[in-house]
Design a protein. Structure first.
Length: 197
């Protein structure tokens, strides 16, 4: 699913783009598109707050010979020292691939990422949002990390995330269901594009 999300975002960015990837994880979903990164000369600098994911990402990057296109560091989106450690000081875009729901303060995370995006650049967010639910669903999602070792974050309602985007102060350029991804009466996966002022 997230490799489709990466494909959707990578198809929208220009050749030579520099992307700050927040919550890159082990980079496997990005690296499915290593040929696109190379052919479009896209550079991705990723950050993740789980050291095991960063270690796995660095190995995956090496195995895909993608060192010229992808760099990953351990740290938090809220730590400007971490984000300023990349050789690129201003990115064309920032990207949250399924990571916005993992963050305790998503508005601050958007602001933190935007500090490192060029004026008029974009923030891309791909995430599945709930439209309807049933009793126990939120707890079930929280417990998935113990079964799969992947933290899927909190149940995120579409109406709540729209409030987050509005509170961020950035222009919502688009907010559309991702074609070919999750889209049913309970939940849908969206690509949201925000414009940095």
């Amino acid at each position: 699913m997230t490799s489709l999300w990466y494909a959707t975002v990578l198809s929208r960015v220009s050749n030579g783009s520099k992307i700050l990837d927040i919550g890159i994880g082990n980079a496997s979903s990005l690296l499915v598109h290593s040929q696109t990164l190379k052919s479009k000369n896209i550079t991705v600098c990723g950050v993740d707050y789980t050291q095991e994911y960063v270690d796995a990402a660095q190995l995956n990057i090496k195995n895909k010979n993608a060192e010229d296109n992808v760099t990953v560091v351990y740290g938090s989106v809220y730590d400007s020292l971490v984000l300023s450690s990349f050789p690129i000081k201003k990115f064309d875009a920032a990207y949250f691939s399924g990571s916005i729901s993992l963050l305790p303060d998503p508005v601050s995370a958007l602001h933190s990422a935007a500090e490192f995006v060029k004026p008029s650049g974009h923030i891309y967010i791909t995430q599945t949002y709930q439209k309807r639910g049933f009793p126990g669903l939120a707890q079930f999602k929280r417990n998935l990390k113990f079964i799969t070792t992947v933290d899927f974050g909190e149940l995120t309602w579409e109406k709540d995330i729209m409030k987050v985007f509005k509170e961020s102060g950035y222009e919502i350029v688009s907010h559309n269901v991702i074609e070919g991804s999750v889209d049913n009466p309970m939940q849908s996966a969206y690509l949201t594009v925000l414009k940095v002022i």
